[in-house]
Structure formats: structure tokens, C-alpha cells
Design a protein around this ligand. Structure first.
Ligand code: C2O
Ligand code: CU
Ligand code: CU
Length: 506
């Protein structure tokens, strides 16, 4: 797809409008906002200390499980001093605490929903039984508690959690329901910065729009990818700075936006090391000066600071090929976070040359190849139907999924249950930032990617997993499908309608 940039927006808009009546509200929004470009470089005052999501308290029950208690509730948050805005949060008014568990541990999470509507909590990036996944079939009705439990069987990684109600995910996330879930293991190199809140800092980056200090709960639609805000929240803080006391700083970046792609870099374009992607550490640090994240993606970077300096983490216009247009935020630039280095910095160890074993999954082990075309709010021409299983996979087998973008906009393809590897991008070898474990990938217009994944351990003929676009507006419009992992001889049972929760409440 090499249409000149200027002709693409209108074509895309027409296609979206032609594609569905549900997309009609886009017309008004797009018309008023066409040509508008957001640029906050040099215009953010960085006058508020960065909030760090607190570690979630846990206890050990009689069966030795690590138990977390989470309460989903309405609250009020002063994004702007003196102007409390209604928000939603988990164990607080906005966002949620950081869950943490080690490989091999069994966790149990009691998630109580005190909202006036049903929601769910999905453990994004976690390998776990489908009935514990927290997708649209594990809704938590108002006043109910859902208590999933599973054993962590994956390498150290920065995962996250958020609701997954069918058709309502963008709103629930935008109102504040999201948090991190860190997995630890005992093979991650100890030289990596790992003191949470000191030299190991989570950054949940989200765009938003405030009217008079208030979050618009209806999360207005903007571009073809969904809602685009004009300000940035980091861990819920507007205009944040971070006091740094160590020479090296590990930043765990999560793009928790509903539709925006970020291209992070430091204002002076200094180099840093990319050490991990969605599902864990890379084989070796990758020296670069920028990292681009679509909604749902994570990256861990290690930045080196000079005593006494101030440097700003920024996002500039994403680099996504010919089709990414201004109306989808393709020309927007943001100041994100100011790092303030102390006059003396504690020395940090050098990064090891090798970080982790990432054994390549050999393409010849795949027993199946499938193709998925993402276009016009559908995957392979179909919108999500909660009572339809789109495909089934045999437990403990490997498959290659070829994903293709079939329209002029951006997608962010995500698969539940697995961490996959990128085999090829447009037929070629994937770039270094796609050389590790991934569960979500940015799919620019006209791109084809081949992903390889193994569906290990869990089969269930009653509960499906999801695959979908993580542009949450696209997901809510139906750019999602369901798969089941089965044992030989099992046949799938069509799941009940998702709003009637059928599992796990006591
Ligand atoms: Cu982060 Cu199906 O979701
Ligand atoms: Cu997920
Ligand atoms: Cu999409």
C-alpha cells in the first residue's frame, strides 16, 4: 500500500463509514478534528512527583497460594488540583496496585466488583487456564467477587491487567481500570536494576482529555483507531517528574492507551538499552535510542544518567510506514516524564552482555498455519460473536499465524494465553525489538507478519481465549475472535452469552 499520504485519510474514512452503521459517529468527530495536531514538547511544567503504583499486599493461604484481594470501585481523582474527577480504580480511586509473583507460585486473586455495572479483570500476557483468563466470559457482576487461581509458568516479565467486557473495554480502561502484574524468576541477571520504585520504575502511559479537569466518561471517538487524548498521564500523574538516585534506571513502559501509538525517546536522543519486551527479557540488551509501543505492548529499557541533570522522556510522531495519518495521531508529539538526577548518583552494575535464553521455536514444528486479515472492525470478515468459536487448537501443539492488515489504519494484534515469537515481517527477518517474547504487536497498514506460538498445558472445551486488535475501539467494535485449546477427541461447547457470568463467583 503506497498511496500518497494525502489521499489516504479520505479513503479510509469512506471505508470505515461504508463498513458499518456503528462507525457513523466518527464523521462528526473526524470533521471537527481533522488537521489538528497535538504537540506538547516544551509545554509541560513537570510539577508533580510521579506516582508509583503501590505493590499489592498479599498473604499465603493454607494451600500455600499467594492471595491478593482487589476491589474495583468508583472514586475521585484530582488530575488538576481542586478539580476532582470521577474515575474508576482497583484498591484506590484510579488505576490499580502492582501484583507480583514468582515463577512456580500459585496465585489466587479475589476480585470484588463494587461498580454499578459488570466488568472483568483479564491478566494480559499470562499463560493460564481459559476459565481464569478474565475475558468476556468471566464477567464479575456488580456486588460479586471472582476468584481465579493458577500457577505461574513463565519467565520474568512485565504483564498487566485490565477489564475485558464485550463492547465496553475502552471505557473501562479509560476510566482507570488497569494495573501491572510483574512476574519474577531466579534466572534474571541480578545486575539489572530491580528495586521497585527506586531504580526499577513502572510507567503506565495513557493519553486522556480533560474538560474543566474532568475526565469525559464517554471517551469520545476520534480517529480511525479510536479515542485520542491531548495530554499524557503516567501512572495517573499529569506532568510528572521523577527524582532519580542511581546511575542506571530501569523503566518498565506500558502503553495503556486505548488507541494511541507512542514512540518513546529521550529529549537529547541519547542511547539506552532495550532489555525486555512483552513476555520477558531479550537474549541480549539491544542498544537503541527509541522504542515504539502500540496499545497493550510493554518494553523495559535501562537509561544511564549523569549527576544533576534533567532529561525528558518524550514521544514523537510514530514511525509506522506510509499509511499512518495525522488523524490517527501520526503527527502528535508529547512530553511524558522529566527525570531529575540527584547531585550524586549511587553506582549501578553494568548490564550483562547476555540476559536470557530465548530458544527460537523452529518453524518446522508448526502443525498448522492460519491467516488473519484485520480490516474494517473485523478479522477475516467476521465480527466477534460471543457464542461462536472461531477456531480450535490442539493442546501442546505449535502453530504459525500470519496476520495482515487489510485496511489503511493501524492495528495492535494480541493473542491470549501464549507468548509468541515473530518469524517474519513482510517476509524478512524481524528487527531486534521483535526478537523476544511478545503477546501484542503493532500491525501497520499493508504489513504482513508471521507469528509462531505453542499452545501448551491447558485445554478446556468450555472456555475460549480471545485474539483481537488491542486498539480498544476496534476490539469493542468486534475486531476479535475466540479460540479454544482442546485435547484430542474434545468438542467445543458454545459459551453462554458473556454478560451472564457463569464462572467463579462464590
Ligand atoms: Cu489486553 Cu484481550 O487483552
Ligand atoms: Cu490479553
Ligand atoms: Cu485494529
Amino acid at each position: 500500500m503506497t498511496l500518497p499520504r494525502r489521499t489516504l485519510p479520505r479513503r479510509t474514512l469512506l471505508r470505515v463509514l461504508g463498513g458499518s452503521a456503528l462507525a457513523l459517529p466518527a464523521l462528526g468527530a473526524a470533521a471537527s478534528w481533522a488537521g489538528r495536531r497535538v504537540d506538547t514538547w516544551g509545554r509541560v511544567s513537570f510539577d508533580r512527583p510521579l506516582h508509583t503504583p503501590p505493590p499489592a499486599p498479599s498473604r499465603t493461604d493454607r494451600q500455600g497460594r499467594r492471595v491478593f484481594d482487589l476491589t474495583i470501585a468508583e472514586g475521585r481523582t484530582e488530575f488538576t488540583p481542586g478539580r476532582p474527577s470521577p474515575t474508576w480504580g482497583i484498591n484506590g480511586a484510579h488505576l490499580g496496585p502492582t501484583l507480583r509473583a514468582a515463577r512456580g507460585e500459585t496465585v489466587r486473586i479475589n476480585a470484588a466488583n463494587t461498580l454499578g455495572e459488570a466488568t472483568s479483570l483479564h491478566w494480559h500476557g499470562m499463560h493460564l487456564p481459559a476459565s481464569m483468563d478474565g475475558g468476556p466470559h468471566q464477567m464479575i457482576r456488580p456486588g460479586h467477587t471472582w476468584s481465579p487461581s493458577w500457577t505461574v509458568h513463565q519467565q520474568a516479565a512485565t504483564l498487566w491487567y485490565h477489564p475485558h467486557p464485550h463492547g465496553r473495554t475502552a471505557q473501562h480502561v479509560y476510566r482507570g481500570l488497569a494495573g501491572l502484574f510483574l512476574v519474577d524468576d531466579d534466572v534474571a541477571p541480578p545486575e539489572l536494576p530491580h528495586r521497585y520504585g527506586i531504580d526499577d520504575i513502572p510507567l503506565i502511559v495513557q493519553d486522556l482529555r480533560l474538560t474543566d479537569g474532568l475526565l469525559d466518561p464517554d471517551e469520545p471517538m476520534a480517529g480511525t483507531t479510536g479515542f485520542l487524548g491531548d495530554r499524557i498521564l503516567v501512572n495517573g500523574t499529569l506532568g510528572p517528574y521523577l527524582d532519580v538516585t542511581t546511575r542506571r534506571l530501569r523503566l518498565r513502559l506500558l502503553n495503556g492507551s486505548t488507541a494511541r501509538v507512542f514512540r518513546f525517546h529521550l529529549a537529547d536522543h541519547r542511547g539506552f538499552d532495550l532489555i525486555a519486551t512483552d513476555g520477558g527479557l531479550l537474549p541480549a540488551p539491544h542498544r537503541t535510542d527509541r522504542v515504539q509501543l502500540a496499545p497493550g505492548e510493554r518494553a523495559e529499557i535501562v537509561v544511564t544518567l549523569v549527576p544533576g541533570e534533567r532529561v525528558v522522556l518524550r514521544s514523537s510522531d510514530p514511525d509506522t510506514g506510509a499509511g499512518f495519518v495525522q488523524r490517527d495521531g501520526g503527527a502528535d508529539r508529547f512530553d511524558v516524564l522529566q527525570l531529575r538526577a540527584a547531585a550524586t548518583l549511587t553506582p549501578s552494575p553494568r548490564l550483562p552482555a547476555r540476559l536470557a535464553d530465548v530458544p527460537r521455536i523452529p518453524a518446522r514444528t508448526a502443525v498448522n498455519r492460519r491467516t488473519f486479515e484485520l480490516a474494517e472492525h473485523t478479522i477475516n470478515g467476521r465480527r466477534m460473536a460471543p457464542d461462536r468459536i472461531d477456531l480450535t487448537v490442539l493442546r501442546d501443539t505449535t502453530e504459525i499465524w500470519e496476520i495482515r492488515s487489510g485496511d489503511g489504519t493501524l492495528h495492535s494484534f494480541h493473542v491470549h494465553d501464549v507468548q509468541f515469537q515473530v518469524l517474519t515481517v513482510d517476509g524478512g527477518k524481524p528487527p531486534p525489538h521483535l526478537s523476544g517474547w511478545k503477546d501484542t504487536v503493532l500491525l501497520p497498514p499493508g504489513t504482513t507478519m508471521r507469528l509462531i506460538m505453542r499452545f501448551a498445558d491447558y485445554a478446556d472445551p468450555k472456555a475460549p481465549y480471545m485474539y483481537h486488535c488491542h486498539m480498544l475501539y476496534h476490539e469493542d467494535q468486534g475486531m476479535m475472535g475466540q479460540f479454544m485449546v482442546l485435547d484430542p477427541g474434545q468438542t467445543p461447547t458454545a459459551p453462554a452469552t458473556p454478560i451472564a457470568p457463569h464462572a467463579g463467583h462464590h
